[in-house]
Design a protein around this ligand. Structure first.
Ligand SMILES: NC(=O)c1ccc[n+]([C@@H]2O[C@H](COP(=O)([O-])OP(=O)(O)OC[C@H]3O[C@@H](n4cnc5c(N)ncnc54)[C@H](O)[C@@H]3O)[C@@H](O)[C@H]2O)c1
Length: 361
């Protein structure tokens, strides 16, 4: 097991991010040491609870405070205010107090939903993430963004709320359906494109063992991506500047995800968004054409092919982007790349320029 410390300026404590395999005993020991007198509630979606609920209960039962595993149906549509309210009712019925720890066991949906719940229950109770999807391990469990969706858009209601610890157990990835594995690979590829040429080379040359999910290799990839995201978040927790580098592919990606009513998964939508952002980068900033083509190939290698984005017109995508919370005074801003190591953050894009990039992708 390796430990990556997350050091965020305004936080007194450092947040340990543990990466390894079979971390149940480590989790139990941590809770026993840091929260010996707390009650423990696990939140998991129905799929993850069926796979790992027993193991979680087995590991946490010796801690006298273990109370329950609360579940909700799996799926992005349940990252909602209504589901948060139901879980809050159950927690309060179960006498969850300020001395309770919420353990979020699952993918990004669980982490965001349970995290937001932990942020507001009794004005904030300790949160521990156990990310089980690749998406959650390399991205959503790091950085403290929590929240729920609203019919008007994705993640419109939420907070920044840091967990006390993250236990990133790559053994969970064995049971992840292939589509979900590809989904998480979109964010892995994003880190390679924006921050790490060496990672890009490995994704290219070691695709066969990565796609076979060789445990040692997966652990290295997760560790690398997590440390990249940690560095960005440490530099700019609240996304006032540099953190927006992580939004590469997300401006158009979120719009596509939203327009599809979440039928298109986050990672697949981000992959499409990266194709668009790479083309905008080439058109507007001279980002090399070969990099755009290599990115297309890499995305395809990891199952991130076309998602049927053509079903949405340029007009629809434009309007959706303009209504996003990050659009400033209706002028959409994109994270683009001038060259492999030179991002342009908050770059204003015109409607015509987006249409051009959509036509070229
Ligand atoms: N907070 C952030 O910074 C941040 C960053 C990126 C994404 N997100 C959010 O994360 C969400 C997407 O995350 P996701 O892709 O993990 O979705 P998810 O949580 O819905 O998980 C995807 C599916 O995989 C299943 N699953 C998870 N782990 C499994 C395992 N080990 N074995 C078998 N099945 C498993 C889940 O039950 C679900 O059906 C989106 O809502 C997105 O907005 C948040």
């Amino acid at each position: 097991m390796q430990k990556l410390p997350i050091r965020i300026k305004e936080h007194l404590r450092e947040i340990p991010f543990f990466v390894g395999r079979d971390l149940w005993a480590a989790l139990a020991a941590y809770l026993q040491t840091d929260f010996p007198a707390h009650s423990l509630f696990v939140i998991a979606d129905s799929t993850v609870a069926a796979l790992y609920g027993e193991a979680a209960a087995g590991a946490l039962r010796p801690h006298g405070g273990f109370r329950d595993i609360l579940t909700f149906p799996a799926g992005e549509q349940y990252k909602s205010r209504a589901r948060k309210e139901q879980l809050e009712d159950l927690l309060l019925l179960g006498k969850a107090g300020r001395d309770s720890v919420i353990v979020a066991l699952g993918g990004g949906v669980t982490g965001d939903l349970a995290g937001y719940l932990a942020a507001t229950l009794h004005r904030g109770v300790p949160l521990v993430h156990l990310p089980t999807s690749l998406m959650a391990q390399v991205d959503s469990s790091i950085g403290g963004k929590v929240g729920v969706n609203h019919p008007a858009g994705k993640n419109l209601i939420g907070a920044f709320y840091q967990p006390r610890a993250v236990f990133c157990d790559t053994a969970f990835l064995k049971t992840l359906p292939e589509e979900e594995f590809f989904n998480g690979m979109a964010e892995v590829i994003k880190y390679a494109v924006i921050l790490d040429d060496e990672l890009w080379r490995r994704l290219d040359s070691e695709s066969a063992p990565i796609l076979r999910r060789e445990p040692g290799l997966l652990e290295q990839i997760v560790l690398r991506c997590a440390s990249l995201k940690i560095k960005v978040v440490e530099a700019d927790e609240k996304e006032s500047g540099y953190r927006s580098i992580l939004n590469f592919g997300h401006t158009a990606g979120h719009a596509i995800e939203h327009l599809s009513e979440y039928r298109i998964k986050h990672g697949f939508a981000v992959a499409e968004g990266m194709r668009i952002a790479a083309r905008l980068s080439h058109q507007l900033l001279g980002y090399p054409r070969e990099r755009v083509e290599d990115l297309d190939k890499l995305l395809e290698l990891y199952g991130l092919k076309g998602v049927g984005r053509e079903q949405f017109s340029a007009e629809e995508i434009w309007n959706c982007i303009c209504s996003d919370k990050k659009a400033r005074r209706q002028a959409p801003r994109f994270t683009l790349l001038r060259s492999p190591h030179h991002p342009e953050l908050f770059y204003p894009v015109e409607k015509q320029e987006l249409s051009h990039a959509l036509a070229a992708s």
